[in-house]
Design a protein around this ligand. Structure first.
Ligand code: HEC
Length: 707
């Protein structure tokens, strides 16, 4: 097996940073429109826009022309009942309109559509309202996130969208505020600081959810060893209603709520109590009948269980699905997918609620494909495990024991003594990119990936790329090639029905529709429509912009649209292929809206040929300084700039001219480009350290030129 770039060896120190998350290595004209889609209300231009409430969400299927909440419905199935665009005519899909998003970095939002208006977010938590027929910008709100906050993020300046409720639009900002805007004009109504500590590396990238009279929000930062929690605020006043910490703050309390007392018994007393992790940075779902709010929690911080909780223990409530009472914030049940997580196996991945017939019984289930590689079917009333099977190659556990509900570890992932090549990677068999469940096919469509990661507690280096002994680490395991997939999964039979392969591992979310289709955008800049039962490609539309966001569908005046935020980003992966497309075109973010018989999609401006790597400065240096520079680079810079000095999203540091090099200290320590998102590192790096980093970048540039 050949050497793969971008594979990481990590020990505890590294986890603080990550940024590394990313680093892994990584890739007919049919008959004309038959009838208007069902339930499509005529366009309304409401004087009071965004009047979403519990009754409307509960009856969302009666107005399929709207996309009222994050997953369209509280059960987060992300299935559109619209069928005007279908298998017979999807090949006629073209552009209705596009709207620029003033961004060259990752766009992850699910747009919300209410009565002819789209509410979405761009980078830096900026909110936009647009006319859903024309794309005309109605208003914009920039919460003014301090660009220096950029270095507090593991995985790009992204945002996954707003919640809309009773005339208000809610957004969580990168720097930890929850903001309520007036849906009519985008003016702030209230703004609260959700952070328990502004000095720690907390951030919000997830979409808020509204349940009853509360807006619920979590945060990210487990890579930086923060302590995770979920907060509920009153929709009208912004007052804090309850807060649920996902991990205890110490062995002996004080325990902010009773659940933490139980949780503390699963941490060793000599645990690293600096943070713990367990951040709830993305997924939630709500069952109004059971009145349970489901929240997924993240990995441990630091990643290594051996360092975090040296005496062992499950470390509740890391990597868990929590069922909370929305009125009180009390825990009804929990299910921990990865007890004692050491591999960044978050359970923050998308959860879908569905009613499935399993062994002759209709079960109310919760479906999740967390990072750890197992597809879980749980009874969502009590958290009982019904089944769990591997949806990707996973070597850390052989299976999940149905009696105990616990994974059975293989030992292949224990990196306390030596480096281990662990599958899935820290990017997960599935990450935040939403799945979709079609009640018509009974299948779940998972944006998945096959990839591994080298973990090493004992490593004497923080981080390593191009691990030389992968073959040795792999042993006789049958390791799959590193690839991205869209997998159609039967949750009852727990088996794969079909899959479509993609070169790049970091692609878009999924949307299934009543038109018999699954829509999926890829890093390569293609929008696909696939036959939902067979996976046959019915549309492959080149749009030139890599996608990571999930498509949605809506309809106005009897016309169905497909919409997706296009703009590639996230952690600065060193992709293992498929990234050529990302380098061909400007990564100019845009909201693309498609319709039948639309226009050709304009490709973004091509990136001019990069030319040879320019002459580099001659810096006096030595091997030790270069190695120091490498480690500092990996720790401080690689998460944004890519571990080899380049990523499709940011300037290629290997191509800096002598003039740029002359400004290096001004940029890195002086904050010269801070407004453009390049934080000053004056509080973390010395001049000598910055010089060492510069020397390392020069060595990378010279090595690349010689290749
Ligand atoms: C949080 C993300 C982030 C991190 C971490 C980061 N940078 Fe940057 N950096 C940026 C962005 C964004 C730009 C582009 C600014 C612009 O558009 O001009 C940039 C630009 C630069 C440039 C200018 C390059 C050029 O050709 O214009 C240099 C030099 C640079 N970064 C060095 C570093 C170094 C060294 C580190 C680590 C100490 C680092 N950066 C860490 C985001 C980051």
């Amino acid at each position: 097996m050949h050497k793969q770039p971008g594979l990481a060896t990590a020990n505890t120190t590294v986890f603080r940073l990550l940024r590394l998350l990313g680093i892994l290595a990584l890739v007919a004209l049919a008959a004309c429109d038959s009838k208007p889609p069902p339930g499509v209300a005529d366009s309304r231009s409401p004087a009071k826009p965004a009047q979403v409430d519990a009754a409307r969400v509960a009856n969302a299927d009666s107005e399929p022309g709207n996309w009222l909440v994050h997953g369209r419905t509280y059960d987060e199935q992300r299935y559109s009942p619209l069928n005007q665009i279908n298998r017979d005519n999807v090949s006629r899909l073209g552009l209705a309109w596009e709207a620029p998003m003033d961004s060259r970095r990752g766009l992850e939002a699910t747009p919300i559509v209410v009565d002819g208006i789209i509410y979405t977010t761009s980078t830096w938590s900026r909110v936009r309202a647009l006319d859903a027929r024309t794309g005309e910008l109605l208003w914009e709100h920039d919460p003014g996130v301090d660009r220096a906050w950029g270095k507090k993020l593991c995985c790009d300046v992204v945002n996954r969208g707003v919640a809309v409720w009773q005339g208000k639009v809610f957004v969580g900002t990168l720097d930890g505020y929850l903001v309520a805007l007036n849906a009519a004009d985008g003016k702030p109504l209230w703004r609260v600081d959700t952070l328990v500590d502004r000095d720690r590396f907390y951030s919000i990238t997830g979409a808020p959810r509204v349940v009853k009279d509360k807006v619920i929000i979590g945060n990210g930062g487990a890579e930086f060893e923060v302590r995770g929690y979920i907060s509920a605020y009153n929709v009208d006043s912004g007052e804090l209603d309850w807060r649920f910490f996902t991990v205890p703050g110490s062995a002996s309390g004080p325990f902010e709520h009773p659940e933490l007392e139980q949780a503390a018994t699963t941490w060793s007393p000599d645990s690293n109590w600096q943070g713990g992790g367990g951040t709830a940075w993305d997924s939630m779902a709500y069952d109004p009948e059971l009145d349970l709010l489901y929240v997924g929690t993240g990995n441990g911080g630091p990643w290594s269980h051996y360092a975090r909780s040296p005496g062992g223990g499950d470390n509740l409530y890391l990597a868990s699905i929590l069922a909370l009472r929305p009125d009180s914030g009390r825990l009804a049940w929990h299910y921990q997918t990865t007890p004692g997580d050491s591999w960044d196996y978050t359970a923050t991945q998308h959860m879908i609620l569905a009613d499935l017939e399993i062994e002759g019984r209709l079960r109310k289930v919760l479906l999740q494909a967390p990072k750890n590689g197992f597809f879980y079917v749980l009874d969502r009333g009590n958290g009982e495990l019904i089944s769990a099977e591997k949806y990707v190659f996973a070597n850390w556990a052989s299976h999940v024991d149905l009696d105990s509900g616990r994974p059975v570890l293989t030992g292949l992932a224990d990196y306390s003594e030596q480096a281990k090549y662990v599958f899935p990677s820290a990017a997960g068999g599935h990450n935040w990119q939403p799945m979709s469940y079609s009640p018509a096919t009974g299948l779940v469509y998972i944006p998945a990936r096959e990839a591994g990661w080298v973990h090493n507690e004992a490593g004497d280096k923080w981080f390593e790329f191009g691990v030389d002994n992968l073959e040795e680490l792999a042993g006789d395991q049958d390791i799959p090639p590193t690839r991205g997939y869209l997998k159609a999964w039967d949750p009852v039979a727990q088996k794969l029905v079909w899959q479509k392969e993609t070169a790049n591992i970091w692609n878009g979310g999924a949307l299934a529709t009543a038109g018999g289709l699954v829509f999926h955008g890829t890093a390569t800049g293609h929008l696909y429509a696939l036959h939902d039962q067979s996976g046959e490609v019915l549309l492959e539309l080149p749009i030139g912009t890599g996608m990571i966001a999930p498509p949605i569908s809506y309809a106005i005046d009897g016309r169905q649209y497909i919409a997706v935020m296009a703009g590639w980003g996230g952690p600065a992966f060193n992709t293992l292929g498929g990234d050529e497309a990302l380098l061909d075109f400007d990564n100019a973010g845009r909201l693309l809206v498609f319709e039948l018989d639309g226009a050709p999609v304009p490709l973004p401006p091509p990136v001019p040929p990069r030319g040879p790597i320019p002459p580099q400065p001659e810096l006096a240096t030595d091997a030790a300084t270069l190695e120091r520079g490498r480690l500092l680079y990996v720790y401080n810079c690689g998460g944004c700039h890519g571990m080899y000095g380049s990523t499709p999203m940011l300037p290629d540091l290997r191509r800096m001219t002598l003039e740029k090099h002359a400004l290096f200290q001004d940029i890195v320590l002086g904050g010269l480009l801070e407004n453009a998102g390049m934080s000053s590192f004056a509080d973390t790096l010395s001049e000598a350290e910055t010089e060492a980093i510069q020397a390392y970048i020069v060595s990378l540039a010279n090595a690349s030129r010689d290749e």
